[in-house]
Design a protein around this ligand. Structure first.
Ligand SMILES: *Cc1c(COP(=O)(O)O)cnc(C)c1O
Length: 402
C-alpha cells in the first residue's frame, strides 16, 4: 500500500472492438431466459430487422447469425461462391487478407490487389483490372470499407461506379464490421450486393452476433453456390417460416435483448444521422490531438489524408518500443486500454512495438474521448516520447467549436 496508482476507477476500453457497451444494453441482457417459441422474444426479433436495415440504409435482405465477424465473412462466401470460383480482393490492411484466407480455404481463388497500409483503393487500377477480365471470371469483388488494422477508409460508392464503368457483373461484397453506425454507409444507393457486419463495434452489443445483408442479385447467386451449407444458408434466416429458422436453432436470446436496446438508442433516440455526426466530431478531435503532438517527435497518424480516415478507429505510428510502452503505461497507470498495432509489422519483430490504435466507436462522448486524449498526453510525458505539448487542448477546441 505504498505506491500511488491512479488507474482505480471506471476503466476505459479504447480498442477497435469490442467497443464500450452502454449500461442499458448490459442491463437489458440481465434477465431470465425467455420462451423461444412464442411471445415477447419472437415479436422483438421481428422488430430488430427493420432497424438493422435502417442502420445500413438498406431495403435488401438481412440474415442474423450467432457468430463474430469471421462468421459473417464465411456466411457471405458460403452463400455466393463455389470451389474454383475466382474473386478480386482489394486490400488496405490485414482484414482484407483475412477474408481472402477464408475464401482460399473454401477453394476460391483470390486475386489480391494490395494498396499498402496507408492508402485507399486506387480505383483506376481496379477498373483496369476489371476491364482486363473480359471473360468475367471474377464472381465477386471483396472490399473492406474501413480496415481496422490501418484505419484506412475507402470509397465504396466510387468502387461501385468503377465496377459499372468497367461493365463488370461481379457481386460487390463489402466488410463494414469496423464502421457500421460510425461512418456513412448506403447499401442501396451504393449498389452493394453483400455487406457483412458484427454487433460489437458501432452497434454497442457484446460480441456474438453477426449480420449479412444481401441484394436480390446476391440471393440468385445463392441458388448455384457450391459452398452453401445448411447452417450458413441466408434464405431461411432472412425469410423464416418458423421462428427457429432465424438462427437455425436456438436464438441468441440475451444478445437480442441487448441489440434491441442498442438499436433503440441508435435508430429511435439519437438518430443514425446524429450518431454518425457525433462520431465525425469526436474523430476530428482525435486527429487534431495527434496532428498537434506530431509537430515534433516520432508520432504520426497512419492515414495522412483526412478524407481517407475513419470515424471509428485511428491507427498511429510512434516507433518501437514506444507503442507498447505507451499502451502499458496507460493500462497500468490510467485505467485506459488502447489497441495494439495489428498487421503493421510481424509479431516478434521489434517494429511491432511501434504502433497502436485508438478505438472511438459506439457509446463514446466528449468526456470519454477528451479523457482518453489527455491520458495519452500524460502517457507521452511519462514514457518520455518527444511531442509538441497541447494536443488535448487542440482536441478540446474541435469539440467546443462543433
Ligand atoms: C473486427 C473486424 C473483423 C473481425 O471481426 P471478429 O468479430 O473479430 O471476427 C473483420 N473485419 C473488420 C473490418 C473488423 O473491424
Amino acid at each position: 500500500m505504498t505506491e500511488t496508482n491512479l488507474s482505480w476507477g471506471r476503466p476505459m476500453l479504447a480498442i477497435p472492438g469490442p467497443s464500450v457497451m452502454p449500461d442499458r444494453v448490459l442491463q437489458a441482457m440481465h434477465r431470465p431466459a425467455p420462451n423461444i417459441y412464442a411471445g415477447q422474444l419472437v415479436e422483438m426479433t421481428a422488430s430488430i430487422i427493420p432497424d438493422l436495415k435502417a442502420v445500413a440504409r438498406s431495403t435488401s435482405h438481412v440474415a442474423m447469425y450467432i457468430a463474430n465477424g469471421h462468421g459473417a465473412w464465411e456466411a457471405a462466401l458460403s452463400n455466393t461462391l463455389s470451389r474454383g470460383d475466382k474473386v478480386l480482393v482489394l486490400a488496405t490492411g490485414r482484414f482484407a487478407h483475412g477474408w481472402a484466407d477464408m475464401a482460399g480455404f473454401m477453394g476460391v481463388e483470390c486475386d489480391i490487389v494490395d494498396f499498402g497500409k496507408r492508402s485507399p483503393f486506387d480505383l483506376t487500377q481496379v477498373e483496369e483490372k476489371l476491364r482486363a477480365d473480359k471473360a468475367h471470371e471474377y464472381k465477386a469483388v471483396l472490399a473492406v470499407q474501413v480496415d481496422t488494422s490501418t484505419s484506412v477508409k475507402s470509397d465504396i460508392g466510387a468502387l461501385r461506379k468503377a465496377m459499372d464503368a468497367a461493365g463488370h457483373p461481379a457481386l460487390l461484397m463489402v466488410d463494414c464490421i469496423a464502421c457500421l453506425g460510425c461512418d456513412d454507409f448506403h447499401m442501396d444507393d451504393w449498389g452493394v450486393d453483400v455487406m457483412v457486419a458484427g454487433c460489437q463495434k458501432g452497434l454497442m452489443t457484446p460480441p456474438g452476433m453477426a449480420f449479412v445483408y444481401f441484394s436480390d442479385k446476391a440471393d440468385e447467386a445463392r441458388d448455384t453456390a457450391g459452398n452453401l451449407t445448411h447452417y450458413w444458408d441466408w434464405r431461411p434466416r432472412s425469410r423464416p417460416e418458423e421462428y427457429y429458422q432465424h438462427f437455425d436453432g436456438t436464438a441468441p436470446t440475451h444478445h437480442l435483448y441487448g441489440l434491441r436496446e442498442a438499436l433503440d438508442m441508435i435508430v429511435h433516440e439519437e438518430g443514425l444521422e446524429n450518431v454518425i455526426a457525433r462520431h465525425a466530431v469526436l474523430a476530428r478531435a482525435v486527429w487534431a490531438a495527434f496532428e498537434h503532438w506530431a509537430q515534433t517527435g516520432p508520432l504520426e497518424l497512419n492515414v495522412v489524408d483526412p478524407a481517407h480516415r475513419s470515424n471509428a478507429v485511428t491507427s498511429v505510428r510512434i516507433g518501437p518500443p514506444h507503442g507498447t510502452e505507451l499502451r502499458n503505461w496507460l493500462a497500468d497507470q490510467a485505467g485506459l486500454t488502447l489497441g495494439i498495432g495489428l498487421g503493421m509489422a510481424p509479431p516478434g519483430d521489434p517494429a511491432w512495438h511501434g504502433f497502436f490504435r485508438v478505438g472511438h466507436m459506439g457509446h463514446v462522448n466528449v468526456q470519454m474521448i477528451l479523457g482518453t486524449l489527455s491520458s495519452i498526453e500524460a502517457g507521452l510525458n511519462a514514457i518520455g516520447v518527444e511531442h509538441t505539448p497541447g494536443g488535448a487542448t487542440a482536441a478540446a477546441k474541435v469539440v467546443s467549436g462543433a
